[in-house]
Ligand binder design. Sequence first.
Ligand code: CCH
Length: 306
Amino acid sequence: SQPSATNIPPTPSSPQLAEVSAAIVKLLKQPGYDDGSAGPVLVRLAWHSAGTYDVTTNTGGSNGAGMRYEKEGGDPANAGLQHARAFLEPIKRQFPWITYADLWTLAAVVAIKEMDGPEIAWRGGRTDFTDESRCPPRGRLPDGTKGADHLRWIFYRMGFNDQEIVALSGAHNLGRCHGDRSGFEGKWVNNPTRFSNMYFKLLRIHDWKKKKLANGLEQFVYVDKDLEADSDVDGEEPEELMMLPTDIALLHDPAFRVWVDKYAQDKDLFFRDFANVFAKLLELGIRRDEVGRVVNQDNLDGGYKS
Ligand code: CCH
């Protein structure tokens, strides 16, 4: 049913979305930034926008784009995501009809596909909060210094199970840690702009050693000896790879470990499970009316109004 009488446009049509997606593909290449791609940080933006969800109160989630406000954007867990939002700003200006909440989530799905990852189901219709009153409280996102109990505490609150926690963690195939954002340093895999199951393979095969950083944080590191030998020839520095304490927890917790092993051995299974769980992440807390607009929570403002 088309809401023509009320002059409220429906959620983005396929041709409209194709245009936005094409524009996102174009901006992914960022030669001067990190490893040359905006992709990883866009994936993190979508994840942090959605990962605030609390199933018992039905608050948080990717609706609202609350990170535009200091209350949510200023959460130390979100440090650095202003870069992702800035990358997308020209697209928002070019296509003012799309909401930030839809744009941030769509950008991650487009980026993952473009980085050789799986196709992920996505639906539009999210609305943008017009003030910070409905932003979720800070402190709902995971803390990398912690262990398996913490991961379960955080992700069960969103409604995920152990298998889904491990599948989602495979996103650490992408991108890196920045000393001036999280305090951790380095990347998980050698090619951090190509989506794969390498994270799980490296987690299992390497002997990860604890390293204390100058800022006092502890992470786990491994220096590839073959790479080191090669680099004598290339003149390139071998790069140390890293894992967070929460990544290492997946290896040592027996229930998580089952899935680390499966995903390391079966890329197709990982891609399938990741596509499903990432789609679920982006839908947390979202309920739509008959034209697809989000009507969950007490959401009455923002969105695709004329
Ligand atoms: Fe993550 N992540 N993440 N992560 N993350 C960081 C970077 C990325 C944790 C901590 C960190 C997920 C789960 C967890 C990405 C996607 C996902 C960083 C470095 C920390 C710390 C931030 C910095 O310094 O810039 C913890 C703890 C968890 C617990 O499970 C999940 C789930 C996803 C997505 C599905 C991506 C992508 C990055 C790279 C960002 C970049 O800028 O390169």
